[in-house]
Design a protein around this ligand. Sequence first.
Ligand SMILES: [Cu+2]
Length: 219
Amino acid sequence: MARAMMTKILMSVVATMMLFQLALAVDHNVGRPDGGWDQSTNLGSWASGETFTVGDNLVFTYTSLHDVLEVTKDNYDSCTTSNPISTNGASPTTITLTDAGNRYFICGTAGHCDQGMKVNIQTVAAATPPPTSSSPPPPSDSPAPATPPVSTDTPPPNEDNAPPPFDENAPAPPVTSGGSPNNTGETTNPLPTPEPSSAATFKILNLVSMVGFGFLMML
Ligand SMILES: [Cu+2]
């Protein structure tokens, strides 16, 4: 039951975050709005004004005079159109930036790359999600409070009590004058109850905040 519910919550959190990612994905219309995928647009300048994040899309819109080749850096630099990584010839061409790093696109029409119809896309990683249960904090907390209970006054009961409890009040144990130590045994340990470790508390708080975050995300 509880496990199934946790699974359900986690799944909805993940799904929500994925939707969130999709909602944030940006379509970058290459060369727009001032130009396009053509020879007359300064595509380097256009690209430098954009921020490409993992999950974003490139959208190339062009006439039948052009196409879109994805190529290696070497072929990009030399405008070599043979052996492209991919060839796309049906405008519009949408390319999803699935990973951080550099990708290189050129036009395959003779001479167009040399005329500037090329663009280098530098994709950056998406922002990291908020740190939910990262490991670092707990260790710093736990060791410190471990010591306190040691040197505190030792509870007096056991041995001191033995002789005197010739109870003035209780008439009950009149058996022998020998004051059996067993009777007084009940008062023995007022041992301090073990404090809940702060590490455990921390974990619980973390869990609660995670679940709470999940619910927030679902709203
Ligand atoms: Cu072209």
